[in-house]
Design a binder for this molecule. Structure first.
Ligand code: UDP
Ligand code: MG
Length: 325
């Protein structure tokens, strides 16, 4: 098949970690959508990234690729995490737009034509915004909500609320994103940083079709920390103000103590006050130190300049039109 200038290419990028149960259910849905799009002047392809799965995902993917000539496979040398896996996938998209999809069916592939329609209207970043999250408890919903509020306040980069990685990137948005090579990849923020014409598509987020979420609360907490430290230095400034405020209060208190001692004498009392002040100041200092440490640690990771991921196997689509390497 020779590249036809009148046709657009769309590559669906799916990061999969231990998704042997979901992929056989997901792929037929994606394939059906791509078949429909083919009549619409879109050459659809799928790129599955196996993020170091240990449950036979790779074998399942081999089967999928054998049955569909549009499927390319990439396998990382180990589990690098969703962000790195997506980056690896996006790096291999060979021309055209890219659409990111979760392997677990939580982002319905049936919506892809809506994303494509927006792309054709001239939008560069078409992202799905969840109106409802099924199969997720109130606690996860509440914390997610709080997170978007906090980061929305703190960061200068626009980060749309309730927006995951389900999105379509036009060729130029994709090219821009590929230039961001930072190690700590808070994807939502990176997409926001790129800018261009953005539009959101509200959608109903389904429950997983199989398996279980890889993001427990501890990982989500770290994810939130990642987002905040990658996109704003506001906490550092907060530490400065906290320090200033404490110093001001301490100064006023010091003056008060001296005046009191001068006029009324010093009766060597006040052990509770002293302890309280020492403990409080110690706590404030440790928090500020920890904050600095968070940023310093990230600087350290960045300074090492390691690659974001390592590829074990790259298997281009049988039907890729040209030889990708
Ligand atoms: N994923 C991945 N590497 C990981 C963890 C997750 O590629 O280390 C993939 C996973 O296979 C799925 C997507 O990222 O396609 C979202 O993961 P999950 O459904 O566990 O997250 P949730 O939807 O609960 O936020
Ligand atoms: Mg999921």
């Amino acid at each position: 098949m020779s590249p036809d200038p009148t046709r657009d290419t769309l590559t669906v990028v799916v990061a999969a970690f231990n998704e042997a149960g979901s992929l056989p259910l997901l792929h037929p849905r994606v394939a059906t959508v791509l078949d429909a799009l083919a009549g619409d002047g879109i050459d659809g392809r799928v790129l599955y990234v196996d993020d170091g799965s240990r449950d036979g995902t790779w074998e399942v993917l081999q089967g999928v690729a054998a049955g569909d000539r549009r499927v390319a496979l990439l396998r990382l040398s180990r589990n690098f995490g969703k962000e790195a896996a997506l980056t690896a996938g996006l790096d291999r998209v060979d021309g055209g737009a890219a659409l990111i999809l979760d392997a677990d069916g939580q982002d319905p592939p049936e919506l892809i034509p809506q994303f494509v329609a927006k792309w054709r209207e001239g939008f560069d970043d078409v992202h799905g915004t969840r109106i409802e999250r099924e199969g997720e408890g109130w606690l996860k919903r509440a914390t997610a909500h709080a997170f978007y509020r906090v980061i929305g306040r703190l960061s200068k980069t626009p980060i749309p609320r309730d927006t995951g990685d389900f999105r379509l990137l036009s060729p130029r948005a994709l090219a821009a994103l590929r230039q961001l090579r930072e190690r700590h990849r808070f994807m939502k923020g990176l997409f926001g940083w790129v800018g261009f014409n953005r539009v959101s598509i509200p959608y109903h987020r389904d429950a997983r079709v199989a398996g279980h979420s890889k993001f427990n609360f501890w990982r989500l907490w770290n994810f939130a920390l990642e987002g905040i430290t990658s996109f704003t230095t506001a906490p550092l400034r907060l530490a400065t103000y906290l320090g200033l405020a404490t110093a001001a209060v301490a100064f006023a208190y010091g003056v008060m103590i001296i005046v009191k001692a001068l006029f009324w004498g010093d009766r060597v009392a006040g052990w509770p006050t002293m302890m309280a002040v020492i403990l409080f100041l110690g706590g404030v200092q440790l928090i500020a130190l920890g904050l600095i440490g968070e940023y310093l640690g990230r600087l350290y990771e960045e300074a090492k300049q390691r690659p974001l991921y390592l590829v074990d196997v790259w298997q281009p689509a049988a039907d890729s039109g040209r030889d990708a390497s």
